[in-house]
Design a protein around this ligand. Structure first.
Ligand code: GAP
Length: 456
């Protein structure tokens, strides 16, 4: 198992993830995605949209605003209740999420659904120690709202106060009517959205696992009341299958079904897909059956009728919602953790490989002229042709062995080498990252060959 430290070092060294604002000493827990990281993120989002929207008979896309009318957050309950239980060590003044302190103290205890008072009593009764200084003396717990505030317009008065969205989901709920009307979709149907969300997390950390700025990929799936548990199971399996199809090791994935007493008040079924991160199993993907809580809240608060009229049965109802919601960065970290490997070659050399599905690999192929002088022209032509369709990279520096190693280390799936026979035969060698096997392929077949590798 790769350690988190190895992943962080690798990500920085190869240009996947850099410390945010590094030039100015950094800004805590912010990260920039370098040339390879930007490609990987883009590929993760593309894979999710391909699977959950493009290939789905049910789902459409939305791209809603980050800034929404404050009434949205009143209706959704975020202004009143989107908070984490904050406590502070009386001795060193470090602040912590009380629920996390309890979970870390005893992994078998789940404080989901506990009141602040109950959590505080637990800290006292179980003599939970401060992870920073070791003292066992915390301040009473208070709820800390996690929404980022800002001001719209030129006057910094209370009327101009607005919030950065803490989830993309509400943007979907408030456009439910417009989407249904314009697409003329019948329930069941779903709406997919990818976009930035912001949460003023008390304890961000574990590299890109929990940050204050992150990207979510959320599906709100609208269905007829009474069918939601069936759809909940359907999307649970679909999410798991997506991960398996992209090569995530089965033994590192599991469902964590929430017990009835731990469910949110609006949910009648919730599960998390957990991944075995370097520090152990932790939440990757939340899947919740949310009943009609959100549409109902917006209907009541806005005064607009959000019910759906079933054209076949003439029934009118508020659809129920099943919501799978995942963070792009959590998937990113999982794919690095799942894929980073080292192999010892016969000559004793170490080969570092990022074993990542070709659909996600930053580069699908590297085009390598065996000798720069002789093979450059044809190699550049192949690069120009393939780059119209795929992310490919051209590399002519150092010997071919070193170039192979470099590409293996960043996950490039194929190495296409132009050699002495290529011009006359119009063929190249294609080397596979994982098996290191090589085959001779006609240049005209390369596009179809790469196309096949990125299917999942
Ligand atoms: N609309 C439902 C919702 O937002 P959530 O469980 O709060 O549910 C869903 O978040 C997913 O978003 C999580 O499972 C995780 O993958 C990602 N996520 C949430 N908070 C995050 C954070 N601070 N940093 C990175 N990813 C986060």
């Amino acid at each position: 198992m790769t350690t988190l430290e190895n992943i962080v070092q690798y990500a920085k060294a190869q240009g996947f993830v850099f410390q945010g604002s590094e030039l100015y000493g950094g800004l805590a827990n912010t990260w920039d995605y370098g040339p390879l990281g930007a490609l990987l993120k883009q590929n993760i989002k593309k894979a999710w949209i391909d699977r959950f929207q493009r290939q789905s008979p049910y789902n459409v896309l939305l791209d809603s605003s980050i800034l929404l009318n404050t009434e949205v957050w009143k209706a959704s309950g975020h202004l009143g209740g989107f908070s984490d239980p904050l406590t502070e060590c009386r001795s060193c003044n470090m602040r912590f999420r009380a629920d996390k302190l309890i979970e870390e103290h005893d992994k078998t205890t789940s404080p989901d659904g506990w009141s602040n008072e109950k959590m505080y009593q637990y800290l006292i009764d179980h003599e939970v120690a401060c992870p920073n200084c070791g003292k066992k003396d915390f301040l009473p717990i208070r709820s800390f709202n996690m929404m980022f505030q800002t001001h719209q317009g030129v006057v910094l008065d209370t009327a101009s106060k607005i919030y950065l969205r803490p989830e993309t989901a509400q943007g979907i709920f408030i456009q439910f009517k417009n989407i249904q009307r314009t697409t003329r979709r019948k329930v069941p149907f779903g709406v997919c959205q990818v976009g930035k969300s912001f949460r003023n997390e008390i304890t961000p950390g574990n590299f890109i696992f929990r940050t204050r700025e992150f990207e979510q990929m959320e599906l709100e799936f609208f269905c007829k009341p009474g069918t939601e548990i069936e759809w909940f199971k359907y999307w649970k399996q679909a999410c798991m299958q997506f991960l398996l199809d992209l090569g995530v090791n089965k033994q590192d994935l599991k469902f964590d079904d929430h017990k009835p007493e731990a469910l949110s008040h609006y949910s009648n079924a919730t599960t998390d897909i957990q991944y075995n991160f370097p520090w152990g199993f932790d939440e990757l993907w939340g899947i919740a059956s949310r009943t009609d809580f959100d549409l109902n809240a917006h209907q009541t608060h806005s005064g607009e009728n959000l019910t759906y009229l079933d054209p076949d049965t003439n029934e009118r109802y508020l659809p129920y919602v099943v919501e799978p919601s995942v963070g792009v960065e959590r998937l990113f970290l999982m794919f690095l953790s799942n894929g980073l490997t080292e192999e010892t070659l016969e000559n004793g050399d170490i080969r570092q490989i990022l074993k990542i599905h070709p659909a996600l690999a930053p580069y699908k192929a590297a085009i390598l002229p065996l000798f720069r002088k002789e093979h450059k022209d044809l190699a550049e032509k192949i690069y120009a042709d393939l780059s119209k369709h795929f992310d490919v990279v051209y590399d002519e520096t150092q010997n071919i062995g070193k170039r192979y190693r470099r590409q293996d280390a960043i996950g490039t799936y194929l190495c296409i080498t132009v050699d002495h026979d290529s011009e006359a035969t119009q063929t190249v060698t294609v080397r596979n990252r994982d098996t290191m096997e090589q085959e001779r392929i006609a240049i005209t077949d390369l596009r179809a060959y790469i196309e096949k590798t990125i299917e999942f």
